[in-house]
Design a protein around this ligand. Sequence first.
Ligand code: FAD
Length: 432
Amino acid sequence: ISTKKQFKYVIIGGGVAAGYAAREFVKQGLKPGELAIISKEAVAPYERPTLSKAYLFPEGAARLPGFHVCVGSGGERLLPEWYVTKGIELILSTEIAEADLDMKILTSSTGRTFEFQTLIIATGSRVIRLTDFGVQGADAKNIFYLREISDADELVEAIGAKKKGKVVIVGGGYIGLEVGAAMRINQFDVTMVYPEPWCMPRLFTKGIATFYEAYFANKGIKIIKGTVAVAFDADTNGEVKAVKLQDGRVLQADIVVVGVGAKPLTELFKGQVDEEKGGFRTDGMLETNVPDVYAVGDVATFPLKLYNDMRRIEHVDHARKSAEQAVKAIRASEEGKSIEVYDYLPYFYSRAFDLSWKFYGDNVGDPLMFGDKNPASGKPKFGTAWIKNGKIVGVFLEGGTDEENKAIAIMARVQPPAEYLDQLKKEGYFIA
Ligand code: FAD
């Protein structure tokens, strides 16, 4: 019996980008049977950022089907039935282990083969594990990472088993901060450890980080900076019980959550698709050097037109928009038409406790802070504008309204002269 399946379009990966691509294909007039999504995960595409936020809440926790794509962008929720109605084959719990782009064939780990005419690579990233560096004891039970829903389910189970226990969060990026907050909301005793002088150093200035660190401290979270976890001790059940730090301190722990970064999943196509900056190099249509093979989301290194630079972006907004761009480009090329190149404005956000920040643009040049950055204020609201060559090129805002957030996005896109901030101040606007 042949297990070979043929599709006009195949998306490999069933994450955020895959879901938004599927919706765009349907908008563009997809016919039943044309598209397959092949995913290692057991569920239909969902809004991944939920996993470190509402998924972990003690009450009113987000659960599927509540956060399937595309609710994150205020769109229609694509339930598993939606794919059935549209004639899209959702091939779940299936990992592609081999790809032959010349033959246009993908082979799963169990030997099933899939033929395609056009391929969208949307494999996203995998977490970097402490075992990758051979950290002693890092394979103990109850040391968690967060990437897929199965990881989040394991953490939720441990939260239930170790009620109000001690948790050590390794890493001071957005996952560390969000999970630290969620664990505190679950009444855990939370300690965060990271080597950098302040949290989120790739985006936050010292001034921005000082606010969040003080806010977290006020919530009872302990923060240890400038050192790293070098070993873990386990009890006789193999469960983690202590974290040893490089500076000699030892922290008791019932649960450890590690958020030390991610690595794009490119191995499958090594040597077949050109790479740059850790991802697959694409053009402004998200097409790689291999004809009919596109890369979107975390794995794409694409021309960021606004900055005339090649960038790879591991954030959900780009996953959504690059997926839509690739599908539009595929359909246009079939019809012999052309579309505008991808013109992305970087946008990142995070939420923890009652806080919510947004950032648009590029954090280069000189940062200028404004607003009420007192972490003890009832409703803190502050921001930072990055000024380069006399122009505003990036804006960060904590606690902004929808209107204000729209305004900072426009500012980052238009790049007005720095004096614009003074003008806003005179006109009585909050920003400046
Ligand atoms: P993914 O959504 O990761 O999807 C990749 C899919 O491919 C997965 O389903 C995976 O199983 C599958 N796959 C991989 N290899 C194979 C294979 N060989 N065969 C079959 N399937 C395969 N971004 C923000 O901007 N704001 C946030 O607040 C935020 N929070 C986040 C919180 C968490 C916990 C995580 C993990 C990420 C967060 N992100 C956030 C980042 C954002 O979720 C990612 O940038 C986005 O999901 C990338 O989309 P993608 O489709 O490229 O990859």
